[in-house]
Design a protein around this ligand. Structure first.
Ligand SMILES: [Fe+2]
Length: 289
């Protein structure tokens, strides 16, 4: 089995890891979960992080053919449209993105949002296969964090998005609309049924207490032995109780509102107003109704 070339790009402001995954035989590559730099306070966006990936690919003679999203992120904006514009890559995401679009369209009153997933170029069903050059990719639908999460299994590696974090940190929250801790547990067990030596590449790291460097690569066997949330022997009910208790104490991600409304459009902002300026929406809710 050909193994993929993997280069990780860490974005510290959002604790996100993007990846370039390449087929060494054909120099064809995918970019997974690219980040758009965005400063919420000033509204200033730029593409420095994504440019770094594109520049790396050009310097090392990788042809970026696709952008793969593991899900509609709630903590950073996607730079998929920039990568597409630079390279001609297509953009793929799990087919259940339609459910996420249907959930959030009324939340933001985005009447012009299409909920058929057609802002993306490809929608993946569970079990679907496609290729990066000569490398086979298998899509696993792993909902729970959101309804649309997918993992991409490529050679001995799996890019698991926000299902698992490092074993000393645990798992992703499951309290966003459409998220569900019980569903997340089942998705995680499915991932942890892969061979023990499967390398797992994560979408985020926040450094667990006592660890002073970021890490984003682990293995199925390591998760099964040592994950603080889901090591072998943790029952579904025990996990759900822990996850729900944790989630109740978590604050809203800083970039939640802009991220969701942009990412469910495949990383596109709403069309500019007549003055040429693009705006974001913030639904206002009064604290006591
Ligand atoms: Fe996420």
């Amino acid at each position: 089995m050909t193994q993929p070339f993997i280069e990780a790009f860490f974005d510290e402001p959002t604790n996100t890891i993007s990846y370039l995954v390449g087929d060494p035989a054909t120099r064809t590559a995918a970019v997974i979960d690219p980040v758009l730099d965005f400063d919420m306070a000033s509204g200033v966006a730029d593409t420095r992080s994504a440019e770094r990936i594109v520049a790396f690919a050009r310097a090392q003679d990788w042809r970026i053919a696709m952008v793969l999203e593991t899900h509609a992120h709630a903590d950073h904006l996607s730079a998929a449209p920039f990568i597409k514009a630079q390279t001609g890559a297509w953009i793929g995401i799990g087919a259940h993105i339609r459910d996420v679009q249907k959930i959030f369209r009324p939340v933001f009153a985005m009447d012009n949002l299409k909920t058929d997933g057609s802002d993306f170029d490809r929608l993946f069903e569970d079990g679907e296969r496609f290729a990066i050059g000569a490398l086979q990719v298998e899509v696993l639908h792993v909902p729970g964090h959101t309804p649309a999460d997918v993992a991409y299994r490529i050679g001995d590696a799996a890019f698991v998005g926000d299902t698992l974090f490092m074993p000393d940190y645990g798992t992703a929250r499951a309290d966003f609309p459409g998220g569900d801790a019980r569903t997340l547990y089942r998705s995680i067990r499915r991932l942890l049924a892969l061979p023990d030596a499967t390398r797992l590449f994560l979408c985020h790291d926040y450094k667990a207490p006592g660890r002073d460097e970021y890490r984003w690569e682990t293995m199925v066997g390591e998760q099964r032995r040592t994950s603080v949330h889901v090591h072998d022997g943790v029952s579904e009910d025990a996990f759900v109780a822990l996850r729900e208790q944790r989630d109740a104490g978590l604050s809203v991600p800083k970039l939640l509102l802009p991220s969701i409304q942009v990412n469910i459009r495949a990383g596109h902002f709403e069309p500019a107003e007549a003055n040429g300026v693009t705006y974001l929406r913030i639904p206002v809710k009064w604290r006591d109704g």
